[in-house]
Design a protein around this ligand. Structure first.
Ligand code: ZN
Length: 274
């Protein structure tokens, strides 16, 4: 079934899923066939054929045959961030392994497998898109020759406070500044997450827990303002469900998976209209 993909090298990632707590594996092989594809026992599907759900503190993809996989965003971010837009991903379990909660282990293993020249044409944003939500979130994109992100968060009563990230996201920027940023959670959110049956695989090894009081010592963080950089990581991963690189300046304020994926749907709709 995979002959057409011209696969050579393959990376394997094993570990627990952060939400299910179930041991999982995913195989990732850069391919000659253009596009990001997921392989399941029932078939092989392009990422953009999936319905993406971002309502459970992560992004779940549901494919046309009903196959589903949870928490795809950090792996997809690594592929998109490195510019690997042609690959076959084979999840062997319900969820992509959390590893250390960042995209760094994915980047380290996948960067050597990159094949120059296997490019996929970008989607150039033709006109602006902007929308908000009832909780003060804002999401938008405006035309640009490059892939740029402006992302901000504001937590009123926590050590995180207000953080802003702004920049052009090249492969080097992604690998050095964004990929190491770990998943974070507020101490006060943990009980609610567990009540929803989520976060069963979350440990101090794959989540940065932030209290509601004083800021953590800077030595706790791998990169400066690690929380906002992780939000950028999630955004890069969710935008990768377009299946192609994006040329545009994406602006996100107090957004999350749900709004990121709403932007993806609106960009797709725009491609059909214009
Ligand atoms: Zn994340």
């Amino acid at each position: 079934m995979t002959e057409a993909f011209g696969l050579k090298d393959e990376a394997s990632f094993k570990g627990v899923g952060i939400h299910t707590g179930v041991s999982s594996e995913v195989l990732v092989a850069p391919s000659e066939k253009r596009g990001l594809f997921f392989a399941f026992p029932g078939g092989i599907f392009p990422v953009q054929s999936a319905v993406a759900d971002g309502t459970a503190r992560g992004t779940t993809l549901v494919f046309p045959d009903g196959s589903r996989v949870m928490t795809v965003e950090h792996l997809l971010a690594a592929l998109a961030g490195l510019g690997v837009w042609s690959a076959l991903l084979s999840p062997l379990g319900p969820e992509i392994p959390a590893l250390d909660g960042s995209a760094r282990p994915f980047v380290e293993a996948l960067a050597p497998l990159r094949e120059p020249g296997w490019d996929v044409a970008p989607i150039a944003v033709a006109r602006e898109i902007a929308f908000g939500d009832s909780r003060g979130g804002f999401m938008g994109v405006i035309p640009s020759d490059r892939f740029e992100i402006t992302c901000s968060i504001r937590y009123d009563s926590s050590a995180i406070g207000a953080q802003v990230y702004e920049g052009v996201v090249t492969s080097d920027v992604f690998a050095g500044d964004i990929a190491p940023a770990r998943t974070f959670v507020l101490d006060s959110e943990i009980a609610g997450i567990r009540d929803r049956g989520l976060g069963r695989g979350g440990t101090a090894d794959n989540v940065l827990v932030i209290g509601d009081g004083d800021p953590l010592p800077t030595s706790t963080y791998r990169v400066p303002e690690e929380p906002i950089r992780h939000k950028v990581l999630d955004l890069v991963g969710d935008l990768a469900t377009l299946g192609r690189p994006l040329k545009g300046r994406v602006i996100a304020h107090r957004a999350g998976h749900r709004m990121h994926l709403d932007l993806v749907r609106r960009i797709r709709r725009g491609l059909l209209l214009f």
